[in-house]
Design a protein around this ligand. Structure first.
Ligand SMILES: [Zn+2]
Length: 312
């Protein structure tokens, strides 16, 4: 009995399939020759796996796609020295990975704003300082804070929005065995973080807002120290940028806290930092890992010997 040839294997059909596959191969070859962006690395876009928390503290992840040219990275208080020897040591360790992340972002068109509070004077007359000083004034959509703390305007905790911090930093958070005297020695940003001419330097909330407005920047990546103090409270940092309506993320492995592990809640230093990261994710903004920026493993302090961290 002669069966009708199945349609799939008819010579005509086979030829169609062959030419379809050849066409597909040619198209793929052409795409790779032209370096057509793939979903993994979209040209001009930052793809960030952000984590935030609901009011009960439960985490959830969301992928953010931010246009690099509409994004700034703000480097908070990465000074050259600190009154707490332990804090200074950790900033020294953090500086290289911060520089790597900033270099990568700058290369992709993100504006780097260096904000070493109260130490911008040494940068007077440099292109990066002048860029901030000369950005045209733009009125902010909400008033900037007028009260001062530690040499700049300050955004205090907002009891309508957040609970008290999960760590007690009322002793200023020196975690060294022998407590350090509180005598600020910082003079400028730590040298390991490069400041390029195309960057900006400022510790002023209005100047930073002017810089962002001038470029139509809506997205802000915040990193640096210390999360329980300046990374939340400075007039260019998290509370302020959220109040100004920016899309904000914290780089949760490129930060540290002033937390004395002898104080409540009595956890080790790095778990204390994780608790403040959770506070930020719950009440202020999502967080990301630096691996989304550099492609490397997330940063971890040498002294952090925990088998598992809360922030990974
Ligand atoms: Zn100390």
């Amino acid at each position: 009995m002669i069966r009708a040839m199945p349609r799939e294997s008819s010579p005509l059909r086979q030829m169609e399939r062959f030419s379809f596959f050849v066409g597909l191969q040619l198209l793929l070859a052409a795409c790779s020759a032209l370096d057509v962006p793939t979903a993994d690395r979209e040209e001009g876009m930052l793809v960030l796996a952000s984590r935030s928390r609901d009011p009960n503290g439960r985490p959830s992840e969301r992928t953010l796609r931010w246009e690099a040219r509409k994004t700034a990275v703000i480097i908070v208080d990465m000074w050259d020295d600190h009154w707490c020897k332990g804090a200074a040591r950790r900033v020294g360790e953090l500086a290289g990975p911060v520089n790597d992340a900033v270099r990568e972002l700058r290369g992709r068109g993100v504006l780097a704003i260096h904000a070493p509070s109260t130490t911008v004077k040494p940068y007077e007359g440099t292109p990066s300082r002048e860029r901030a000083r000369r950005a045209p004034f733009r009125a902010t959509p909400a008033p900037l804070p007028t009260s001062e703390r530690w040499g700049t305007a300050w955004c205090w905790p907002d009891p309508k929005r957040e609970r008290v911090l999960p760590i007690d930093d009322s002793d200023m958070g020196c975690d060294c065995e022998k407590k350090c005297p509180i005598e600020p020695p910082w003079k400028r940003q730590i040298a390991a973080i490069e400041i390029r001419d195309e960057d900006a330097v400022s510790d002023d909330g209005q100047e930073v807002f002017n810089l962002l407005s001038e470029r139509g920047i809506e997205n802000v990546i915040v990193l640096g120290v210390h999360l329980n103090m300046c990374v939340l409270g400075r007039p260019f940092a998290i509370r302020q940028q959220v109040a100004l309506g920016k899309n904000v993320v914290l780089v949760r492995d490129l930060t540290d806290t002033m937390y004395n592990s002898q104080r409540p809640p009595g956890v080790d230093h790095f778990t204390g930092t994780d608790l403040v990261v959770e506070h930020v994710e719950r009440y202020w903004c999502p967080s990301i890992l630096s691996s989304d920026l550099t492609g490397r493993a997330p940063f971890r302090f040498d002294e952090d010997r925990r088998p598992k961290r809360g922030i990974d």
